[in-house]
Design a protein around this ligand. Structure first.
Ligand code: PLP
Length: 341
């Protein structure tokens, strides 16, 4: 077996079918044993619960090649437990966490030739998801479900260097208090499509959502948590029950405290405080950290001292340290890196 003939450096964030994906079905109260399949199509009833009432949740993680040539994943146990939380909130049966991790291992191993080489910047993106599959016409949870996990190679997030982005304060809400903002439900993303397209039409890269109840505290964007750095080098990240608990953010907080000796505050962040910060970044699996240079608040601009050319110095240290851990250049905390090959 040898690597697929793919122009790794020029991949985008798009879907490309690979050789194998994992499927398991839940019926009569139990998950079947699951298997790898070459069939990339899903065939379900026209009345399937997912199609009628959006009963679906998903995860996103990556496999990649380390400096010494191993294929690894990063903290898949946290994706497994977050997906279990999502399932419980949506009245779906939990796909057992140890089986989730096993399915990740199997899919990556079966598609090892699609894992981009070290140094290409590209990665193998993994998409576990599950949905209600049997007919549901009255509003209620489905009785049958399918768990699937496919992968697709994706390109480096920052092509031609890191460029800070410009975001806008959004007038739409992402999540209600006591709603579903803290889980990875498909419905959270459906409702974000109009706001993100509107942001793009207005020339902005992303939306900054504020808390729906008071519109005074920073929440997150449609696909990443915020990290700020104060002028004296403290890392500040919003705490809220209605944001997704980002695995990247939790890892960066650990890195800040234990590798870089920085002070970290996880707390409510009033929007009014944002203009006082020195640096701002968005953290998530896709980019690790994407620097924000400017925030547009209804025509009023907040520009960070880090500017529009580069990541701020603390953001860069956080980025270099976490990517160093992920790529095997720096020693990882126990259990963070799962070697597959
Ligand atoms: C709404 C939202 N917030 C934050 C994140 C970042 O989470 P993670 O670091 O686990 O990728 C994501 C991406 O999964 C997301 O969709």
């Amino acid at each position: 077996m040898s690597k697929k003939d793919i122009d790794w450096g020029n991949l985008t964030f798009g879907y490309m079918p690979t050789d194998k994906r994992y499927v398991s079905n839940f019926k009569d109260g139990a998950w079947d044993e699951g298997c790898l399949t070459e069939d990339s199509n899903v065939v379900i009833s026209e009345c399937a619960g997912v199609l009628q009432y959006a009963q679906t949740c998903f995860e996103g993680l990556k496999a990649y090649t380390t400096e010494d040539g191993h294929i690894v994943t990063f903290r898949p146990d946290l994706n497994a437990s977050r997906m279990a939380d999502s399932a419980r909130r949506l009245e779906m049966p939990v796909f057992p966490e140890e089986r989730f991790i096993e399915a990740v291992d199997q899919v990556v191993a079966a598609n090892a030739d699609f894992v981009p080489p070290y140094g290409s910047g590209a990665t193998l993106y993994l998409r576990p998801y599950m949905f209600g599959s049997n007919p549901v016409i009255g509003v209620k949870p489905a009785d049958e479900y399918q768990f699937r996990l496919f992968c697709t190679p994706v390109g480096p997030y920052f092509k031609g260097g890191v460029k800070p982005i410009t975001i806008r304060v959004c007038d739409y809400d992402r999540a209600a208090p006591h709603g579903t903002g803290h889980i990875k439900a498909g419905l959270n993303y459906a409702m974000s499509l109009y706001p993100i397209m509107e942001a793009h039409r207005q020339g902005f890269d992303e939306n900054m959502y504020l808390d729906a109840a008071t519109r005074t505290y920073v929440e997150e964007t449609g696909g990443a948590n915020f990290l700020f750095v104060t002028k004296d080098g403290t890392v500040v990240t919003p705490k809220s029950d209605s944001i997704l608990p980002s695995i990247t953010r939790r890892s960066l907080v650990y890195v800040a405290e234990h590798y870089l000796g920085l002070k970290v505050e996880e707390r409510k962040v009033p929007f009014a405080e944002v203009s006082e910060f020195a640096e701002c970044g968005l953290c998530g699996t896709a980019a690790v950290i994407s620097p924000v240079g400017k925030i547009n608040d209804h025509g009023k601009e907040i520009t960070f001292p880090s500017g529009m050319e580069d990541m701020g110095p603390v953001t860069k240290k956080l980025y270099d340290t976490l990517t160093g851990i992920q790529m095997g250049r720096l020693e990882a905390p126990e259990g963070w890196i799962r070697r597959i090959k």
